[in-house]
Design a protein around this ligand. Structure first.
Ligand SMILES: NC(=O)c1ccc[n+]([C@@H]2O[C@H](COP(=O)([O-])OP(=O)(O)OC[C@H]3O[C@@H](n4cnc5c(N)ncnc54)[C@H](OP(=O)(O)O)[C@@H]3O)[C@@H](O)[C@H]2O)c1
Length: 306
């Protein structure tokens, strides 16, 4: 009998984990590790998964023997990380350390989800070997988690990324915010001078599985092929969804002085990943088309029920 390989994803109620689980549930036996909020998805297991004790993570791994431990839990709000640095340190560093220790003890392959928020933003399309220069607490805590994981688990796959996908009632995504506003005929402003290389979560999950299956280890930038501004992303999204791009106006980040200091160019180069896999990841249009199709295929309806 064919048995599916199992994977566990922490941060199970989050944007990334839920979209990942939906994209991979027919191929893998997926377990979502929950913290405060419990979410149940068809065809996916949910378990309460505190990461405060290394021993209890080890026990779970010894009993369940997942092929991959995808660590996606995190304190992701940049402003909250800055105002509550101890909490940011606890969630992003200490829990990640416990996970890395448990993976090292049990020999479990760790996929650590990191960020594109690790650089000063002075340069475009940062490569995996560029020196880290985080500008804020969020970036600094993610960098520390990376460093510990790569030391403890040399075969860990550390993924730097920035993704989009359909959000949840309690966790809206950047693309949701744009689509909802334009569908309701509301005007919005988007930064014309903040750049990134976004990737659709479904594509991100597929690419990470391909990397892991072919034995990749170390740091990989798993991002889209295109560096664009938040404003351009909004325009492309509007066109793909046949919404009115004229509702979107440019704004400069220099006009928003209440934000925590952050890089204005977060773009990452995906050359290492593309070379390793021998393929391109995809331009924005192709990924937005998948986002559009996901809605047609009922994904948004399923997420609305959570
Ligand atoms: N969103 C992005 O665009 C983006 C970009 C680059 C990288 N990332 C990285 O990708 C990962 C996933 O991001 P996301 O946007 O999907 O996150 P999210 O939607 O903000 O969800 C965060 C998850 O972490 C869990 N969590 C928070 N505190 C926890 C704790 N003390 N113990 C255990 N779990 C805890 C939350 O559970 P509860 O709510 O139940 O506490 C939630 O399931 C993060 O590591 C983030 O740094 C995100």
């Amino acid at each position: 009998m064919f048995t599916k390989q199992s994977i566990i994803i922490t941060g199970g109620s989050g944007l990334l984990a839920i979209n990942w689980a939906i994209a991979q549930r027919t191929k893998y036996s997926v377990t979502l590790g929950m913290n405060k909020r419990n979410v149940t998805l068809k065809g996916v297991k949910s378990v309460k998964f505190p990461m405060t004790s290394i021993n209890s993570i080890v026990d779970y791994l010894n009993s369940n023997k997942p092929t991959l431990f995808i660590h996606a839990a995190g304190l992701t709000n940049v402003e909250k990380c800055e105002s509550e640095p101890d909490l940011a340190n606890f969630v992003n560093v200490e829990l990640s350390r416990n996970v890395a220790d448990a993976c090292a003890i049990t020999g479990t392959k760790l996929v650590l989800i990191s960020t594109d928020h690790l650089f000063s933003g002075k340069n475009s399309l940062a490569s995996e070997s560029d020196e880290l220069e985080p500008l804020n607490v969020y970036g600094a805590t993610k960098a520390e988690a990376e460093s510990y994981a790569s030391e403890k688990c040399p075969n860990a796959l550390i993924v730097r990324t920035n993704f989009f996908g359909w959000g949840l009632k309690y966790r809206k995504s950047f693309s949701d915010m744009i689509i909802n506003a334009l569908r309701n005929n509301k005007k919005i402003t988007l930064f014309e001078d903040v750049f990134y290389t976004p990737i659709l979560i479904e594509t991100l999950a597929n690419t990470i599985h391909q990397l892991a299956e072919s034995g990749a280890q170390g740091v990989y930038n798993v991002v889209g092929d295109e560096r664009i501004s938040k404003l351009e992303f909004g325009y492309k999204l509007a066109r793909c969804f046949s919404l009115d791009p004229d509702l979107i106006s440019p704004l400069s980040i220099s006009e928003k002085n209440d934000l925590v200091r952050r890089p204005h160019d977060m773009s990452l180069s995906n050359s290492k990943t593309c070379k390793y896999l021998g393929k391109k990841i995809g331009d924005i249009e192709s990924q937005l088309n998948i986002l559009y199709k996901q809605e047609q295929l009922g994904l948004v309806k399923e997420l609305e029920k959570l």
